[in-house]
Write a new protein. Structure first.
Length: 273
């Protein structure tokens, strides 16, 4: 899953934002497709710690023209990364086929109904940053006050919360075959907790496909003391561990390098003696 940020304030510094950004977006998509991208994830509002929220209209203005242009020019599944039901609804109407909601369908009460109405693939992410305290340094934002207390087993906590969110989705008519889960690396979790999630990734139940979104995240930067533009090695290490421990979808900024790594890992894992 290649990341296409239509924002001026992406934490990774790779946004293609401007009102004349469609050509830039199409060029990036072309490069992604050529180098092994299977899904595009398009977002118009940064979800980095401490990011400034954008209005509904601004988010629509950012993502809808880009989704329309990509849908007209490329045959590739498009995911809309949003917590707003109206944005998701319009994106699906314009060619997107996946909703990627970092709030796990909980931010906007209408989101679950939009997903059920379209019966599109829906990524339900574990997020626990409502009360998190963010510290900002030259390495970016990180959560230093955690919502998941040390007295709780973090994998059990993630499973428990996602189980509730999945039940909520099913009760509201979402097809179980269209559900994808994301443990939410970086969302309300400290560096140490993110490291533990990666170390125990194989313990996350695989009743549904699991997406890993670790690319360029600040837990990598704080662990190896690297700014966001120097985290390719760490991102590929996280990708490798994730795939070997059962991840089905990898969300990545560096598509060419990530696709190459994933292909080699798959070849090794599926090698027949």
């Amino acid at each position: 899953m290649g990341i296409l940020n239509v924002t001026p304030d992406s934490f990774s510094g790779d946004g293609v934002y401007s009102h004349l950004s469609i050509d830039s977006a199409l060029k990036q998509v072309e490069s992604f497709v050529k180098t092994g991208c299977h899904i595009l994830d398009i977002g118009g509002e940064s979800t980095r710690p401490g990011a400034t929220p954008v209005s509904l209209q601004e988010e629509l203005d950012r993502v809808i023209p880009v989704i329309q242009a990509i849908h007209q020019n490329f045959d590739i599944p498009i995911s809309i990364d949003t917590t707003k039901a109206i944005v998701a609804d319009e994106a699906i109407k314009c060619g997107a086929s996946i909703i990627n909601d970092v709030s796990g369908l909980l931010h906007d009460p209408e989101m679950v109904h939009i997903a059920a109405k379209h019966q599109c693939y829906t990524i339900i992410m574990h997020s626990s940053h409502a009360a998190g305290v963010v510290e900002k340094t030259i390495l970016g934002g990180r959560y230093i006050k955690k919502d998941i207390d040390d007295s709780e087993d973090i994998i059990v906590c993630i499973y428990r919360d996602l189980d509730k969110q999945v039940l909520f989705a099913l009760e509201n008519g979402i097809d179980p075959s269209k559900i994808i889960l994301d443990p939410g690396i970086g969302f309300g979790k400290t560096v140490e907790q993110n490291i533990e999630i990666m170390a125990r990734f194989d313990e996350i139940p695989k009743f549904y496909p699991i997406l890993l979104g670790a690319s360029r995240k600040s837990f990598i930067g704080y662990t190896v003391n690297a700014p966001v533009d120097k985290r390719l090695g760490g991102s590929l290490a996280a990708l490798t561990i994730g795939i070997m421990k059962g991840a089905h979808i990898i969300r990545a900024h560096d598509v060419e390098e990530s696709a190459q790594a994933a292909k080699l890992i798959d070849a090794i894992l599926h090698c027949k003696k």
